[in-house]
Every structure is written in structure tokens, then in C-alpha cells.
Design a protein. Sequence first.
Length: 171
Amino acid sequence: MTLLSMHQYAKHRGVTVQAVSKAVKNQRITCARNEKGHALIDPAVADRQWAENSEGVRPNYGLPSGDPPPQAEGPKGPSVYQSAAILKAYQARLAKLEFDEKSAKLHDVEQCKRDSFKVARSVRDALMGIPDRLSAEMAGETDQFKIRQRLETEIRQALETLAVELESPSG
């Protein structure tokens, strides 16, 4: 493990000494100190930290470089900045969902199921009541046309009554 001074590490990274100093100051990279208080940097560790902690920071701050800095092998996963961006994206999605729900663009699935069940039950009850209302009247009828006409009238009346009930705010 060879430790480098800030000047040597800056040259190794292809950046200015000020960029390295700023990275140390902002704790994006760590360093040890010698007896005189000068920073000593392990380049393998610092390269990994620089890559992990410098998302969104302009690369090669201060000096142009032909080759990108070496990428140290280390644990894979999002950096702090990537995690913050992911969190912001999810918060934005949740805010949009909440807005859509409050502006009546989205509806509660369970409430929709309850409402649909209630409507289906009303339709069933209205239609199942027809035989009770018509059976005595139809028992003596022999004209097929009159029976059909009476059934159609009764079904239409039941459905129209349901439509009025469902359109009303209390329905």
C-alpha cells in the first residue's frame, strides 16, 4: 500500500490539487495524516470513494484528462447521490398519485368493488322481482305476443327505475 501526497494523488487522478483538497474537506475521500499534518492518500481506497461519492460532481474538476480515472473494484450499488435521486423520483410518483386521487382521476379499488357489487345486487333484485309481480297476471294469458310485450314493459320499467336510482347522488 503506497500512500500518496495530495499533489501526487491529484496527478494520479488527473485533477487539480484544489479538487483533491475539496474532496478531502467534503469527506468524499478519506486520508491519513503524517506527523507534520500532511495528508497521505491510499489511491486504491480514494479512487473507489471518489467514484462512489462524486455523483453529480463535475468529473476531472479543474484539469482535462485524456483517460478516465481508474475504477476501483468494490461493492456495487447506488451511491448516496443516486439513492437521493431514486428517493426523489418515488416521492414525486407518490405525490402524483395522491394528486390524481384527490382530483378524482383515481379511485379506491375496494370502494369500486363495493359499488359494483351494490349495483349488481340492485339489478338482480329488480329483475328477480318481475316473476312475483307478473306470475298471477300471466297465468291465464295464452297470447304469446301479449306475454312478450308485458315482460318487455316490466323489464324496461325495472331497468329505468334502477338507472334513476343510480344517477341520484345517494344511489
